[in-house]
Design a binder for this molecule. Sequence first.
Ligand code: HEM
Length: 509
Amino acid sequence: MITNKQRNLVAHRGGLKAPLYPRGSLFERVGGRDIVGEIIDGLYDRIETDTHLRPMFVRSLEEERKKQKAFFEEWMGGEPLYTYHYAYSGLLARHSHIHISGESANRWLSHMKASLKATLTNKDLIKEITEALRPLAQGLANEPQDAGNPKHLRCHRVNRWRNPKELAAKGNLQELKVMIDSDPLLLSDRRQAAELLQAAVRRDHREMITLLIDRGVDVNIPTGLEVDLLLTPHCLAIWKKHDQLSRYLESRGAVYDIFSASFLGDLAAVTTMCGSAPELVNASDPACDFLAITPLYHAVYGNHCSIVSYLFSSGAQVGPASTRLVRRAAENGNVELVHILLNKGADASRVGPGSWVKNRVIADILLEHGADVNYPAGKWVWVSCTGNNSQRDNPEYLAELLKCGADTDTRLRGALPVHHVAKAGHLGSLKVLLDKGADVNAPSDSGETPLLYALKAGKRAAMNSICQILLAAGADPTVKDARGRSAQDIARSLKRTDAREIAETIAGA
Ligand code: HEM
């Protein structure tokens, strides 16, 4: 938890204005996990029927309830479950696509208060929790007025910055000026405005940078290099070797801080900064608010063993989100860094699947320290077999995952890896799974075979080749799908240029 002194030392990076945590630990006092669960169910039951707030959320609130229970347990001083399982950015970032007016924040609070009253009897405790939450909820308000249209409550507000960000990246000064002049709210969201500045800094568009700073964009607000690692414009300029620009940003008030120095591997600066303010060693970036991203993270993401060793020798702690450190060091292929982190107690058990499986040395170290490619359930199938998120056929990666213990009986969305690769049209991966003994006629939860899944593949998939491989391996073309259609029936109804070949392949089986 961040102390006031730490907060002041790094306050230039922005973040939530309200204190993030309650003053004392509340978890035991409210009565533990079950009671936290009841409070959150009470909150979400009320949100479920609130026509003003409900459109802000996704269709099912089941997952939201789980996340929020984990969050509040951690917030109240219990186990850091939210950090372990869900957090990938801070609270401000997780709410930035939601249109939250002051009035909506009050509605959210009134539901929370009603739920607290229905669950707890101790009035002082209810007051304490409500008072800790009020400034936090108000601090998440990001719009001066209600959206008006319920369809604009979710995701819509971020559209306002889409074009301006493109203009800033292209250095199109005139058009951006017109936009800023015509929309006074464009620069009022500090994080979004900082992203405009960041886009201009990345390509060293000096006039654009000057315009944005002149119009009040804060030169020190960091934005995402990655979702959990935020760099200031100044740090980005140095990293991108825009030397003159970095000096210009300094002349406009940019602060060179412990996070930047750690990311850039500047040991002399890190030593000086920590020497004069030892609290900095474990300070967390206020811009990431709930997620405790300390200088150690910046040093690991920058891949600097010397800084990491110095920070540890000065008392740095790996903290609850240490799995990210291990994963990053492993994905950088940095064996020394992996060793240092594990020796300091970083947790490898939740690393999950990743490109580290391709590095035998690192894979052995991580597996020895409890890494499990089957954690969390189904993720390895998602990242290697489904073709989602523009994923390409990567049989080498799949083979390494299997070597590291990936369980081929894992079911994701009611189907096995062999169904998913067939549907994704991943020929190489299909061969890997069949070689490993995958059952070519295994039923999905709805009784469908990989062959029936192959016939659901997208237009660009090599559907005919996939069907040929499955049939050669003994696929049964007579099995019917949930609607009673055989592979042949489906093949005949396909609307694709190779439909005739596919129908012939199946007919010939
Ligand atoms: C103290 C106040 C609040 C806290 C601690 C809080 C915390 C959280 C957390 C931990 C999540 C889950 C984020 C994730 O990992 O996906 C969440 C989601 C959400 N919160 Fe809040 N929240 C607060 C106030 C509010 C307010 C005032 C609103 C709106 C009026 C709101 C609307 C939402 C919505 C719509 C989601 C779902 C986001 C999504 O589906 O991507 N929250 N909140």
